[in-house]
Design a binder for this molecule. Structure first.
Ligand SMILES: [Fe+2]
Length: 313
């Protein structure tokens, strides 16, 4: 695969400062006022000001300049225009509100968190001391941005753009093609496309060390805004990730996730694991229940649609 990573996302919102403060409080590192990163990766979320909430740029990493030339040819075969200069390829998602930027980049490895010792039935690995998770009061900081989910008016055409044009791989497909999980790294998904009446961001996802870090960070959010919790905590089936979905102060849904499937052998996954018939409503192996309406579509989708139109999209 020419692509090796999702480098970062640019989010455009009416009040980027509010989002900077929010993520700074949750442990992202504020680099220059509008760029948020982690200890290992200095740029994960870039914030810009605009009239309506959307992802405005998705930046991907590849290994070699020749990858950019190959991707440009693939895009051209699909009829998608792109520019390539100074080692940066840029095109617009034909169905979305964002640019896709691909550049040659080395991905700094993630630091492994300190090991956790668990007691399980029949195995006592931690005796005569409390779990570090029990006495921790502030979540370990977010580790990286792992994926983004777009609502689109044409899932099949969107999947073709990312798969055939940019070189993403399909990890799983929801029944009847209504949702496509795609990867540009070893993550089960860096991108999910699902149906929506207008192009929109469904959510962006931030990786945490483990479920305890998800819980602590999520509790910090709902302590300030009790209605911020949308869905979770639970464990997805497709991707296996543990999750909690919440709203950021800009009204955008984000996911705190951990323990996602990693795919290093494309053929083995395709032969043994790939599914194209998943029931769209079997989202999780376990979850607390309740309405999933806001999970499938932003609650303010009509306002977003009107704002998009006013912005000339
Ligand atoms: Fe997600």
């Amino acid at each position: 695969m020419p692509l090796h990573s999702l480098l970062d996302l640019q989010l455009t919102v009416p009040d980027p400062d509010g989002l900077v403060d929010f993520w700074g409080d949750l442990g992202l590192v504020v680099a220059d006022g509008t760029t948020l990163g982690t200890a290992d990766r200095p740029s994960q979320l870039r914030l810009a000001e605009g009239t309506y909430r959307h992802v405005s740029e998705m930046r991907l990493g590849c290994s070699d300049e020749s990858d950019l030339v190959a991707i440009r040819a693939s895009l051209e075969a699909l009829g998608v225009a792109s520019t390539l200069s100074d080692g940066v390829l840029r095109c617009a998602d034909p169905l979305g509100d964002h640019d896709v930027v691909v550049e040659v980049a080395e991905l700094p490895p993630l630091t492994t968190p300190p090991p956790r010792v668990f007691n399980r039935p029949g195995t006592q690995d931690r005796v005569n001391r409390r779990s570090t998770a029990a006495v921790r009061e502030v979540a370990a900081p977010p580790r990286r941005v792992g994926h983004v989910v777009f609502g689109t008016t044409d899932v099949a055409a969107g999947a073709a753009f990312y798969r055939d044009g940019l070189g993403f791989k399909v990890s799983d497909t929801v029944a009847d093609g209504i949702g496509v999980f795609l990867r540009c790294s070893t993550d089960h998904h860096n991108l999910l496309l699902m149906p929506a009446p207008v192009p929109c961001m469904n959510h962006y996802a931030v990786e945490m060390d483990d479920v305890d870090a998800i819980g602590l960070a999520g509790m910090r959010v709902v302590a300030d805004r009790p209605d911020a919790s949308i869905y979770g905590i639970g464990r997805h089936v497709l991707g296996s990730n543990q999750f909690w979905y919440l709203l950021d102060p800009a009204g955008g849904m984000f996911e705190l996730f951990a323990d996602m499937d990693q795919i290093t052998d494309d053929e083995a996954w395709a032969a043994e694991q790939y599914r194209d018939d998943w029931d769209p409503f079997t989202i999780a192996s376990w979850e607390p229940g309740g309405s999933k309406a806001d999970f499938f579509l932003p609650a303010d989708i009509e306002q977003l649609a009107a704002a998009r139109q006013a912005a000339g999209r």
